[in-house]
Design a protein around this ligand. Structure first.
Ligand code: PEP
Ligand code: MG
Length: 583
């Protein structure tokens, strides 16, 4: 049994057999082959060598014609390496003596060579490791075929262990069969992590290299609450987790009783707890848990799951579906926030830049591609006839951007008027506050919008200069950083000065520790992951506004994230001693 720790991103426990995907996206096959199959597997390996060698020869010929022999030589060197008798002997030796599959044997031998190059202490030779990885990739492709299997077609109960899952891949997972997943990369508020919460699949990300320690089909436990993956658990551990699954059920039953109770503090202050959704069908996760509305509908997921660009009717139908379930409760529809890690299948080249989070994403993209933006706005305005719709623009950084977006909205209304199409012209307009520049200009923005929604996921990454998806810096990504608390307070104060509503819709508001703090800072609306709604309500019903304000005062006086978070953890257990994570 081995336990590996990562970042807990979606609670719950999954116990099942591992399906593995390596860093190049190849499914990692069985490690062993049967004794009888050894010779035919050696034959398969030789055929792969032949195929790769022919491909390299062709590359060398083309490169030599286009660029000259000097550049083409690299492919010649790769061929020589591939045909090296010692290398082939080592791989075949492992297939014959240890019954390793050719894929596993080739990876192992080539990676050992790469490691040797990397450790020679010579920068020129260290770079040769990249050539070895390149060869490994070519060999695996020849052995396994080009394509990664469609994750959306999985029809057996499995736990997925992968180097990485993109948000589009995660969006396609079927929670009925994918019991849980764990990835080597990824951060707390990466969109893959957010989707795991949306699909309510237990998940751990940012574990670091661990796939080499697992065999396909091996039993694993994903503990999404603790952020642990247990490989090949012993009986006692399995039993412990079966008991934990049972107590989770009981805790869920206790919280289920709160579904219809409003979130009112003991001194009678009402807090609205809304749900964040990515897919229309998630609206049921909100209604089942007594949400006061949808505080954030991430509409870009309409693009990520689709093979073709959604039409106005696709948008309209998705929005009507949500509105129908929410009846008269508010639904905040955020316009497209594509870009950064949310790239549609037909990804354009501007997505492939060094710093996509600082690139052409979100409202910047909508303002550039106005026909696409107008299609969405038309659909929102038309759907708004059927319920309480509010429009929200993401990643607004300058006043000019906001004004341009509002002007385009005005144009769309004129078009609908001209075409005599029914729509609602009195839709409140709000913006995400998720860039420090927008916080600094919160007073100016507050004069021009009807509401703010603070996107702490991006606000933290942009304020602290920490990529929200990079596990290497996950320890620096802290919602409790004093600078973040002050930024939030500035936005709340500006909203109050101008009499507009303000919400927090980033993951911070789904974290129990921060609920008393946010209430104490003056927030009266929170938008959270649907699964967290009962828990958030439960905490609000245990903390008076007086207590919460005292907590906020104290937290805002601290100067280190760790102290803030420890203090808030302590206060939460004082306020609500029964509240404890089930795992
Ligand atoms: C945020 O940035 O906090 C937010 C809610 O938006 P997203 O996570 O979709 O970027
Ligand atoms: Mg954001």
């Amino acid at each position: 049994m081995q336990t590996r720790s990562g970042i807990a991103v979606s609670p719950g426990v999954a116990i099942g057999e591992a399906l593995l995907f390596g860093s190049e996206g190849f499914q990692i096959p069985q490690r062993f082959v049967s004794v009888d199959a050894v010779e035919s597997e050696v034959g398969r390996f030789r055929a792969a060598i032949e195929a790769v060698s022919i491909g390299l020869e062709e590359n060398q010929r083309v490169a030599s014609e286009r660029l000259g022999d000097e550049y083409a030589a690299i492919f010649g060197a790769h061929r020589m390496m591939l045909r090296d008798k010692k290398l082939i002997g080592e791989i075949e030796g492992l297939i014959r003596t240890k019954c390793f599959s050719p894929e596993f044997a080739a990876s192992r031998v080539l990676r050992n060579y790469a490691k040797v190059f990397q450790n020679l202490g010579n920068p020129y030779l260290a770079e040769r490791a990249a050539d070895v990885f390149d060869l490994e990739k070519r060999l695996l492709r020849a052995l396994l075929g080009e394509k990664r299997p469609e994750l959306s077609h999985i029809t057996e109960h499995v736990v997925i262990l992968a180097h990485n899952l993109t948000p589009s891949e995660t969006a396609g997972l079927d929670p009925e069969f994918v019991l849980g997943f764990a990835t080597e990369v990824g951060g707390r508020t990466s969109h893959t992590a957010i989707l795991a919460g949306a699909l309510e699949i237990p998940a751990v990300v940012g574990i670091g290299n661990f796939l080499a320690d697992v065999s396909p089909g091996e039993l694993v436990i994903i503990d999404g609450g603790r952020g642990e993956v247990i490989i090949d658990p012993d009986e006692a551990t399995l039993e412990k987790y079966r008991v934990s699954l049972e107590s989770r059920k009981q805790e869920n039953a206790r919280l289920a009783e709160l579904h219809e109770l409003p979130a009112i503090t003991p001194d009678g202050v009402r807090v609205h707890v809304m749900g964040n959704i990515e897919f229309p069908q998630e609206v049921e996760h909100c209604t089942e848990r007594g949400a006061d509305g949808v505080g954030l509908y991430r509409t870009e997921f309409l693009y990520l799951g689709a093979r073709t660009e959604p039409t106005e009717e696709d948008h309209y139908n998705a929005y009507c579906r949500v509105l129908e379930s929410m009846s008269d409760r508010p639904v905040v529809i955020r316009t497209l926030d594509l870009g950064a890690d949310k790239v549609p299948a037909s990804g354009a080249s501007f997505y492939e830049v060094d710093n996509p989070a600082l690139g052409l994403r979100s409202i910047r993209l909508s303002l550039r591609d106005t026909p696409q933006f107008k299609i969405q706005l038309r659909a929102i305005l038309r759907a708004a006839v059927h319920g309480d719709v509010r429009i929200m623009f993401p990643l607004v950084t300058t006043l000019l951007e906001l004004r341009k977006a509002k002007m385009i909205l005005g144009d769309v209304m004129e078009d609908l008027d001209d075409a005599r199409i029914d729509f609602n012209r009195d839709v409140p307009i709000g913006m995400m506050v998720e860039v420090p520049a927008a916080v600094m200009l919160a007073d100016e923005f507050a004069r021009e919008v009807d509401f703010f929604s603070i996107g702490t996921n991006d606000l933290i990454q942009y304020a602290l200069a920490v990529d929200r998806g990079d596990p290497n810096v996950s320890s620096l990504y802290r919602a409790g950083d004093p600078s973040i608390l002050r930024l939030i307070q500035m936005v709340v104060d500006a909203a109050n000065r101008h009499g507009i509503n303000v919400t927090v819709c980033g993951q911070m508001s789904s974290d129990p520790r921060f609920i008393p703090l946010l209430v104490g800072m003056g927030l009266r609306t929170l938008s959270v992951t649907p699964i967290s709604i009962p828990e958030v309500k439960d905490i609000i019903r245990h903390v008076s506004v007086g207590q919460a304000e005292e907590i906020a005062r104290h937290a805002l006086a601290l100067d280190i994230a760790r102290d803030v978070e420890n203090y808030l953890r302590g206060e939460l257990s004082r306020i609500h001693p029964e509240h404890s994570p089930v795992d």
